[in-house]
Design a protein around this ligand. Structure first.
Ligand code: SF4
Length: 708
């Protein structure tokens, strides 16, 4: 605004994976405004979250002192968010007391029950340096690979398919490439809400003549800009995509030269899609055969065609199969490895790409080196100077199951360290997840608010919000960007990087990261070595100068490769490996008792579990209410009017909320955002997992709805 500011600090938006660059305007140690900067992903643009969602950092609920659970206070899994009553559960403590207790009890559990009795959840909202140090603490201090984060709930299935198919889990082309594409397929994604500035690139491309195809069970805003909208039935992604691949192959539109030179397993793919003629699939997916053929032809014959996808593809028990189909579709059409083409899984959180790259996952060391690969294992044992577990650890949902395992289970999880994640809101089947958190013998939660997860903790460590620290994040485009500290944290709250090192010291780890901001530059430089060639050319000094650099980046004068796979794939034979997918049903189809399909997702104004955006004045004013959305036909059929209060039930839980009308919602379905604690959608969701990516089926479970 027009008010005078003390300083302006260049940083990055803390919310989504688009990675818009911002300038924080600071007065009296408070952020008073945010402007967009001319970053590679945003060119000065910001969405409403980036523009107005900064005041959470100054909210009175911010944690200021370490907290320790009072003796004898039960862990009540019926979560409340009444911060005023924190003193009934916790008492304030000094840092030494809290850290000694946090680490001491974890160590004690490890010594008595073995390394597998501990687990750690890191965060895709922290920096790369925090992610790297966190997984190093779990692997070298706790002693197992039981470390994971919310990528498991987000794109784990996409990454499983991409690593298998093209040898790299990251995007092949950046969002801005949509401007060079003749056709863009947006599937299982609502970019206007979830990647809003990325959506502006798509809308501008459409205006300049690019054909947008929206394929989604929900018709969302981007459909207004689309050349064709394919509203396929929920759970039928593979039917639709295989029918498109079938069309391209059987109509002689496949790129023979590409397939011969650069792909393997094409014969198996062709055999696999043989029975998927559009005429056979139209009744399954609900799209007329002629329309499927038309879109498939346009995709194959376009000079360049690109696919962008989101959680609608990944959050299914067949999420890996869905992504395999996208890889096959790009490959048969030869639409990869050139400008305006390729595969782009739109990343959710601001640093989910970077946290995964840094090794915050149970089966991979930094840079996707498998923990059970002998060469990688010995390289890291040597690099870190300690012995490492060679068995993959448990994933997010598996850790929750292990917390409720019988005492006799040698791998029962008894202690956890959670940094910046909120599984008591984000996990599927929340009644189960909250029971699991409550059952832990020792839970340490490091966060900026008393989140639903922190209410169940034994020790709460008050940490720093994004504008209170310096570090790097990696956006959906593989661009590493530098965020700079703009303000001091409140009270006694401490930087996450300091906290991880304090716990490491109490585990006896001989770490030494000298320098300002808790040694962030030294941590980054160690991570750069651990990631080998990926970010070799992105030194800390270079980031200070340039602010953002794309990887892969081999040397200091390499500008970074914005398009990958131009001549070969990083697979063992340099080729894309095609994997056919068959039809797999969702785990819990609707039936007479629970007749509706629940689809969960996000809203433009609220970010994930709402811990930040529900505490942002403007954002919560725009979307203050938990809603369940149905189309007009369903509302009439159920005798409901928009605005009415209803009860939703699944086999696992129930909640109360308001109904809202949106005719883009498919028949027989209800859509709910998962950001509202007062009507937490994940009370209803199903914890069934995709067998490859171990991602739960957030996009499909059976519910019933009754008017109050
Ligand atoms: Fe922030 Fe994403 Fe919005 Fe950009 S699009 S301002 S990164 S939330």
């Amino acid at each position: 605004g027009s008010q005078k500011v003390d300083r302006e600090v260049k940083s990055v938006c803390p919310f989504c994976g688009v990675g818009c660059q911002v300038t924080y305007k600071v007065r009296d140690n408070k952020i008073v405004g945010v402007d967009g900067r001319d970053g590679p992903a945003n060119h000065d643009r910001l969405c409403v979250k980036g523009r107005f969602g900064f005041d959470y950092a100054h909210h009175p609920h911010r944690l200021r002192l370490p907290l320790i659970r009072k003796p004898g206070v039960p862990k009540d899994p019926n979560v409340q968010r009444d911060s005023a009553r924190w003193q009934e559960v916790f008492r304030e403590a000094t840092w030494d007391e809290a850290l000694d207790l946090a680490a001491g009890r974890l160590k004690d559990l490890r010594d008595r029950h073995g390394a597998k009795s501990l687990a750690g959840f890191g965060s895709a909202k922290g920096t790369n340096e925090e992610a790297y140090l966190f997984q190093k603490l779990v692997r070298t201090g706790f002693g197992s690979n039981n470390v994971d984060h919310c990528t498991r709930l987000c794109h784990a299935s996409s990454v499983a398919a991409l690593l298998e198919g093209v040898g790299s889990g990251a995007v092949s082309n950046q969002v801005s490439d949509v401007g060079l594409a003749e056709l863009v397929l947006v599937i299982g994604s609502n970019p206007t809400s979830n990647h809003p500035v990325a959506a502006t690139w798509m809308k501008n491309a459409a205006k300049a003549g690019t054909k947008i195809v929206l394929a989604d069970p929900r018709i969302t805003d981007i459909g207004k800009h689309a050349w064709r909208v394919l509203q396929f039935k929920p759970d039928t992604d593979v039917a639709l995509l295989n029918a498109m691949i079938h069309t391209i192959i059987e109509e002689g539109l496949a790129d023979r030269a590409f397939l011969e030179a650069r792909a393997t397993n094409f014969d198996a793919l062709r055999a696999g899609v043989h029975a998927f003629a559009p005429e056979q699939m139209e009744a399954v997916c609900g799209i007329p055969a002629a329309r499927i053929r038309e879109v498939a032809r346009a995709f194959a014959t376009a000079k360049s065609a690109m696919i962008l996808w989101g959680m609608g593809i990944s959050q299914h028990v067949h999420g890996t199969d869905n992504a395999r189909c996208l890889i096959a579709l790009c490959s048969v059409a030869g639409q990869i490895g050139k400008p305006g083409s390729g595969l782009h899984p739109l990343r959710g959180q601001n640093n989910v790409q970077g946290a995964s790259d840094a090794g915050l996952i149970p089966m991979m060391l930094p840079n996707y080196q498998r923990v059970d690969n002998a060469q990688a294992h010995s390289w890291f044992e040597n690099f870190w100077g300690t012995s490492l577990d060679a068995k993959p650890g448990y994933t997010v949902v598996e850790i929750m199951h292990k917390a409720l395992a019988p005492d006799s289970d040698p791998h029962k999880v008894r202690g956890m360290y959670v940094m910046g994640e909120n599984p008591a809101m984000s996990d599927p089947d929340l009644n189960h997840a909250r029971d699991a958190l409550a059952a832990l013998e020792h839970l340490v939660v490091q966060d900026i608010f008393l989140t639903e997860t922190a209410w169940l903790a034994d020790v709460v460590l008050p940490a720093t919000a994004w504008p209170e620290k310096t570090g790097t994040v990696t956006n959906t485009d593989r661009i590493v960007q530098l965020g700079r500290k703009a303000i001091d944290p409140p009270g006694e709250a401490k930087p996450d990087l300091w906290l991880i090192q304090q716990l490491a010291a109490r585990f006896g780890l001989p770490w030494h990261y000298p320098g300002e901001d808790d040694g962030v530059a030294a941590v980054y430089e160690e991570m750069r070595q651990a990631m080998h060639e990926a970010i070799a050319g992105i030194t800390w000094d270079r980031l200070q100068r340039e602010g953002s650099v794309t990887y892969p980046c081999l040397g200091e004068d390499d500008p970074g490769q914005s398009i990958v796979f131009t001549t070969s794939f990083p697979t063992s034979d340099g080729r894309v490996h095609l994997v056919p997918a068959g039809l797999v049903r969702g785990d819990e189809p609707p039936d007479a008792e629970f007749p509706l399909v629940l689809i969960t997702g996000r809203l433009l104004e609220h970010w994930h579990t709402g811990s930040m955006t529900r505490r942002s004045r403007v954002l919560d004013a725009i979307e203050p209410t938990a809603t369940a959305t149905l189309n007009g036909r369903e509302l009439r059929r159920l005798g409901l009017a928009a605005g009415q209060r209803v009860q939703l039930q699944s086999r696992r839980g129930e909640l109360l909320c308001e109904v809202r009308r949106d005719d883009g919602t498919p028949d027989g379905s209800v859509f709910m955002p998962f950001a509202f604690v007062e009507a937490a959608a994940n009370l209803l969701t199903n914890a069934a997992l995709d067998p490859f990516g171990k991602i739960p089926e957030f996009k499909y479970c059976a519910v019933r709805l009754a008017a109050l």
